[in-house]
Design a protein around this ligand. Structure first.
Ligand code: G6P
Ligand code: MG
Length: 240
């Protein structure tokens, strides 16, 4: 018997099998009701702006700062980031002085964020978000940043998500799971029904601590406890 199959259907079958393999390897075969996305480094890239702003602040007080130190700040709150930078300082700062330094950095950072636009949202990210939503998934943001809404506005996603949990509604930053637990609560979902998408190790630690499955991209894909290591954002369509 001759079966005629065109290339398109072979591709569809192939990607479906890959998706199933993906789930089987992890011993998990489920659909998530909600997905909670970290913002910086997952939906868009603000690393360079954080770096420039921290560098300017550090230079102003004569403290050494470079991109390797900047990498340690991923997923870490503003004040905790400052503490990491001040590890290199000989001077001890009062709480008030620290707050002034963090405010100074944020003023520079916010000014730089004004350069962001819808061009900073990739087609891949937008199309993948749309496809996940079309599958009936609720979508939320779970970010430590207090500038989340500003960044979402700049890239044209201010009203896109079903819920936003950010640095303004938490008292403990990642690796504490609070930001994701609040995100799940805002969606009206149980953590076990949500997938967390992260690029930072502290974010995967937070997902694990909160009882969430996780998809890790970039450095987070190497985390020993990540549920789904992924290479690129659209790989999420192989999971869900
Ligand atoms: C994200 C970034 C961190 C940043 C934190 C706080 O998690 O990955 O690098 O320190 O947000 O950002 P904020 O905008 O509140 O200073
Ligand atoms: Mg991140």
């Amino acid at each position: 018997m001759t079966v005629s199959v065109n290339h398109e259907s072979i591709d569809i079958l192939k990607s479906r099998n890959e998706a199933i393999d993906f789930h089987c390897k992890k011993g998990v075969r489920k659909m998530f009701k909600g997905i909670i996305f970290d913002l910086d480094g997952v939906i868009c890239f603000t690393d360079m702006y954080h770096y420039k702003a921290w560098k300017q602040m550090a230079d102003s007080i004569g403290v050494y700062f470079d991109e390797t130190i900047n990498n340690r700040l991923r997923g870490v709150s503003r004040m905790a980031s400052l503490e990491i930078i001040l590890e290199r300082s000989e001077k001890t700062y009062t709480q008030e002085e620290k707050e002034a330094l963090a405010t100074k950095k944020n003023e520079i950072y916010v000014e730089l964020l004004k350069q962001m636009s819808t061009a900073d949202l990739s087609e891949e990210v937008k199309n993948t978000l749309d496809a996940l939503r079309a599958k009936g998934c609720k979508l939320a943001i779970g970010s430590s940043s207090k500038n989340t809404k500003l960044i979402l506005t700049q890239i044209g996603l201010r009203d896109y998500f079903d819920a936003i949990s950010d640095g303004n509604n938490i008292t403990h930053s990642k690796p504490d799971p609070e930001v994701f637990l609040k995100g799940a609560e805002f969606l009206g979902l149980d953590p076990k029904d949500c997938l967390v998408v992260e690029d930072a190790e502290a974010g995967i630690d937070a997902a694990v601590a909160g009882g969430f499955a996780s998809a890790g991209i970039g450095e987070a894909s190497k985390h020993p406890q990540v549920t789904y290591p992924i290479n690129t954002f659209s790989d999420l369509l192989k999971i869900q």
